[in-house]
Write a protein of this length. Structure first.
Length: 274
């Protein structure tokens, strides 16, 4: 993880097209804070991929950072993405090919609803910072359910929609306009988009249940509680451990003040046998 992150920083220094999205070079005072968040999320995904033989779909792969990381670790991942991210991926692969085999990462420009995968084609579907953008949500969840193999799962990395501070910031930015329509230049048509339509865990649980998908309680994780100024180069591991202990003991804090929410979901037993 540390080796990957060091090379990632070098890439950002040489590729200005990525720095407005990945803000690690923006403010040294918040560097450890931002790094801790990204590292925890990557580690969460890696921890839930037990074998490199698995078929993996990274839905909404963006610039491909997670898929590149996994490819370097021996996984085969197909990523799908939209918008401006797609054009940046070839240059990124050229950079990362200097340090390892990235051929396991394939990618395509696809709208989930136009080109759904064949039934039972994936062991794992990674949905990182994407689930809250997918509309109509139930149609997306139905596609995920169909694409999963019987014992497969969804690995979901999200913002915590119960966070009161983030909810206030989003409300001031977009009001209650949680679903919008945008025109996609490459697809040449309008598509629906969740407008930072984040949700708390209880809401995700209800929505997934409608498509016979269940969240595994043991795999739920909340991350990022402490503010940026608390993170220093020599105390980050300790702070991360403290955050992990606190959310496990305090239900109110985890629901209302933690920023990140990670969870895994799979088919309900009756759906696996259908």
């Amino acid at each position: 993880m540390e080796e990957f992150f060091a090379l990632f920083l070098e890439e950002l220094k040489s590729n200005s097209k990525l720095t407005s999205y990945y803000k690690f070079l923006e403010n040294p005072a918040s560097f450890e804070f931002r790094k801790a968040y990204v590292v925890q999320r990557l580690q969460y995904i890696l921890d839930h991929l037990p074998t490199t033989d698995a078929a993996i779909w990274d839905c909404g792969c963006g610039y491909g950072t997670t898929a590149i990381f996994l490819a370097l670790n021996g996984y085969k991942v197909h990523g799908t993405t939209l918008e401006f991210y797609f054009a940046r991926i070839p240059e990124r692969l050229q950079y990362w090919a200097q340090f390892g085999d990235v051929s396991g990462f394939t990618y395509s420009y696809e709208n989930l609803f136009d080109v759904p995968p064949p039934p039972a084609s994936y062991d794992h579907i990674i949905i990182q910072d994407t689930l809250h953008h997918l509309e109509p949500l139930q149609d997306a969840l139905r596609i995920f359910h169909q694409a999963l193999r019987p014992a497969g799962n969804l690995i979901i990395v999200e913002e915590n929609g119960g966070n009161v501070v983030q909810n206030l910031k989003l409300y001031l930015r977009r009001g209650n306009k949680r679903i919008i329509e945008i025109y996609d230049e490459q697809l040449k048509k309008n598509i629906l988009l969740g407008n930072e339509n984040i949700r708390p865990l209880a809401t995700w649980r209800r929505e997934l249940h409608k498509q016979q998908l269940t969240i595994y309680p043991a795999d739920v994780q909340y991350i990022r509680l402490f503010p940026p100024f608390m993170f220093k180069q020599n105390n980050t591991p300790e702070l991360v451990q403290r955050e992990d202990r606190i959310w496990r003991r305090n239900a109110l804090l985890k629901e209302k003040l933690y920023f990140g929410l990670n969870f895994v979901a799979g088919k309900m037993p009756e759906a696996r046998n259908a």
